[in-house]
Design a protein around this ligand. Structure first.
Ligand SMILES: [Fe+2]
Length: 285
């Protein structure tokens, strides 16, 4: 083992702590507060302020190379598949029936059922790291954090939807298909995968905005009720919080991950590129 590596392993916990503190000071992370692990062992994640809720931007990166166009096309197919299955096309766009809270939850759950993607990206990276005997340069942790956040979205929505066992099995099937697809496509083209996630999240921001708009127009009275304890505990929201506030938090999460994945897409193809989000947006904690 080289002297450099020996020295690296000899770093004491105290030194590590100092490095983490220095990193926090060096990078501008004041705009994002992080919650600590709660009693359920949840990962840390950003806490959003009223300013964040009001300033969610609708952005779209125009795909200009083949891989990006393919990722955009895939996200378009998934989006429209979900829109048809959930009844959005027939109920909401064509007005054949009322698109109520139940159908909204189906639409949201279908969208969130690609929650397994980040885990699979992280697993692919871990395998590559072992295979080529090189470090992962800080990519795994943010990918797992993002994936955990998506899982929480899906869990909260399913808690609200209360689906039958058969329905839950169908969601698990969709998760598995997404997981297998993500795992293998990450080996083939990493840029495609991050772009696909980003384009899905672009549509997620629109989807949650449409939902908030419907709630504000009093079309969905169920979502004007108090949120469940699990949602309040995850987002550290006070008692009396309505589901609308939880959805507003979810929309901020989507926008955050959309920007992250667009940032990661071109970097992911370089084998030794460091993940900038690890230091900049997600400080060591
Ligand atoms: Fe989500």
């Amino acid at each position: 083992m080289s002297t450099h590596h020996t020295r690296e392993f000899e770093r004491t916990e105290e030194t590590m702590q100092k490095t983490n503190d220095d990193n926090r000071k060096k990078h501008d992370v004041k705009h994002i507060k992080f919650k600590n692990q709660d009693e359920y062992g949840a990962f840390s994640h950003p806490l959003w302020s009223q300013d964040d809720f009001n300033n969610v931007k609708f952005t779209h990166q125009i795909p200009n190379i083949f891989v990006d166009r393919l990722a955009y096309f895939t996200s378009w197919v998934i989006r429209w598949f979900n829109n048809i299955i959930s009844g959005w096309l027939f109920g909401r766009m064509w007005g054949w029936f009322v698109f109520d809270e139940y159908l909204w939850l189906i639409r949201l759950c279908l969208y969130e059922s690609f929650a397994s993607m980040g885990n699979m990206f992280a697993l692919s990276r871990h395998i590559s790291s072992i295979l080529f005997l090189r470090r992962d340069y800080g990519w795994t942790e943010p990918l797992l954090l993002e994936s955990y956040n998506k899982q929480m979205h899906l869990l909260l929505l399913l808690q609200l939807l209360k689906p039958s066992l058969l329905f839950r099995c169908l969601f698990v099937l969709k998760l598995c298909i997404g997981a297998i697809f993500s795992f293998f496509s990450y080996f083939i083209n990493r840029r495609y995968c991050h772009r696909l996630a980003a384009y899905m999240e672009e549509s997620g921001v629109i989807l949650y905005s449409e939902l908030l708009e419907d709630i504000d127009k009093k079309k969905l009275p169920l979502f004007d009720q108090d949120a469940m304890e699990i949602a309040k505990s995850y987002y550290q929201l006070p008692s009396g919080t309505k589901w609308r506030d939880v959805f507003a938090n979810m929309r901020c999460d989507e926008a955050f991950h959309r920007d992250n994945n667009h940032l990661l897409a071109p970097l992911s193809v370089k084998p030794q590129s460091k993940n900038p989000i690890h230091n900049d947006r997600y400080p060591s904690y």
